[in-house]
Write a protein that binds this ligand. Structure first.
Ligand code: PMP
Length: 442
């Protein structure tokens, strides 16, 4: 064990995000190294990564070509401004991302996280309509149980209650479509549920209520992730697209989780055959190694900003670290690795395997639903008479401490989303361990 592996003596000063800090500091969950499919605890115990970190380490951990690219870049060009300057790799990366995104999603704006990508997309949408002479289109429509990060834009269009309730009135002029989950109709579905496409028609009701001339954009995750893994009903996204086209509303897909292989394709847009006007990404672009996010926009969106005098800034927006050289180098090496190892195709090939393994837990008394799609499985824990709520947290703690596995909990849903390099034996191990966790928690 190296010095860097040691458990810290003083846990006090670090305020962990999205974490019950007092409880955590009594019972810390610390990892100090990682390689491929595993994290390692400070004492060297391997921890099987069933969540790709936070849905991001799609290529697995500490992969040599990515590590090398970051090291070389740090020695070559540590930082370059992206306001009125640029460095070569960011152009190369933008072209690569554009070539992975479907149709004419051809222009890429970089930022540093999924939250920034969501807020960037919302601002772009409003500015786009203004550039087109339709400045009254400012309303932003999200969805119940949507998650678009933690910026004020993202939480305003998002539908995660705890993410909204502490922060006052939020952005004015937002509204929300209903979420698409209905346990009675959809429980234990593999892939896209048959029930629910009609819920897209709620957008028409909003147009009738607010008038299309006030609506800038609709933002949805093609598959809601952080609020419990909700795959889109068959035909739902297509219907949203049609209604957006009919009413001149921009459609934004938040692909922060789904882009770069999670659903067995480069993007969820490709998988579901629906092209948004703006697509956000983050996480998998660098396999989680260096923070990076962005928006890919269609030609007509980009072109709308290119019409004024050419010395005028077209989008008055950006971040000091937009297109950071280390992130760009990491992303290029990551995209190379995805391609060389065929990781998106691999995820697609293993999709039925994951689905079957996850569904083998059907019938467990603690489970009221299992959903699977792509390289993702989600388990909804049923409330248990006489036991306090938040069984999800209990399951996560048991998984980490007793089974040495990392899983993701949101409410009472446990999500499994391993790195795309997982072998069948890893998947077997994940669901075996998960079965034991359920037994212990119940
Ligand atoms: N959008 C979606 C769909 C996400 O899943 C997430 C993160 N889980 C975000 C935005 C926010 O990303 P970040 O945490 O990088 O800000």
């Amino acid at each position: 064990m190296s010095a860097a592996d040691a458990t810290p003596n003083d846990l006090e000063s670090f305020w962990l995000p999205f974490t019950p800090n007092r409880q955590f500091k009594r019972e810390p969950r610390i990892v100090s190294r990682a390689k491929d499919m595993h994290y390692f605890k400070p004492d060297g115990t391997p921890v099987l990564d069933a969540t790709a970190g936070l849905w991001c380490s799609n290529a697995g951990h500490c992969r040599e070509p990515i590590v090398r690219a970051i090291q070389e870049q740090a020695a070559e060009l540590d930082f370059a401004p992206s306001f009125q300057f640029a460095h070569p790799k960011v152009f190369e990366l933008a072209s690569r991302v554009a070539s992975l995104a479907p149709n004419d999603l051809d222009h890429v704006f970089f930022c540093n996280s999924g939250s920034e990508a969501a807020d960037t997309a919302l601002k772009m949408a409003i500015a786009y309509h203004r550039a087109n002479g339709e400045g009254t289109r400012t309303r932003l429509i999200g969805r119940e149980r949507g998650y678009h990060g933690v910026g004020f834009g993202g939480i305003s269009v998002g539908g995660m209650v705890a993410n909204r309730k502490f922060y006052g009135p939020l952005l004015a002029g937002t509204d929300h479509l209903p979420h698409t989950y209905n346990r009675a109709e959809q429980a234990f579905t593999i892939g896209e549920p048959e029930w629910g496409a009609h819920l897209a028609d709620e957008l028409q009701r909003m147009v009738d209520l607010h008038d299309a001339s006030t609506i800038a954009a609709v933002i949805v995750e093609p598959m809601a992730g952080s609020t419990g893994v909700l795959p889109p009903p068959v035909g739902y996204l297509k219907r949203l697209r049609e209604l957006c086209d009919k009413h001149g509303i921009l459609l934004i897909f938040d692909e922060v989780i789904t882009a770069f292989g999670r659903l067995g394709h480069a993007t969820a847009s490709e998988r579901f055959g629906v092209t948004p006007d703006i697509m956000t990404f983050a996480k998998g672009i660098t396999s989680g190694t260096v923070p990076m996010g962005g928006c890919v926009v269609r030609k007509h969106v980009y072109d709308a900003f290119q019409t004024g005098p050419d010395h005028v800034i077209d989008l008055f927006h950006g971040y000091t670290y937009s297109g950071h050289p280390l992130a760009a180098a990491a992303a290029l090496a990551t995209l190379d690795l995805y391609r060389e190892e065929g990781l998106f195709e691999r995820a697609k090939k293993l999709e039925p395997y994951i689905a079957k393994a996850a569904m083998s837990l059907k019938g467990h008394a603690l489970l009221q639903d299992i959903r699977t799609i792509g390289f993702v499985a989600a388990f909804d824990l049923a409330p248990v008479e006489g036991l306090p709520g938040k069984r999800g947290f209990d399951a996560m703690r048991v998984a980490f401490h007793e089974e040495n596995m990392m899983v993701r909990v949101s409410g009472d849903t446990i999500a499994v989303s391993p790195p795309l390099i997982a072998e069948e034996t890893h998947l077997d191990e994940i669901f075996e361990k998960f079965g034991r966790v359920l037994d212990k928690v119940s």
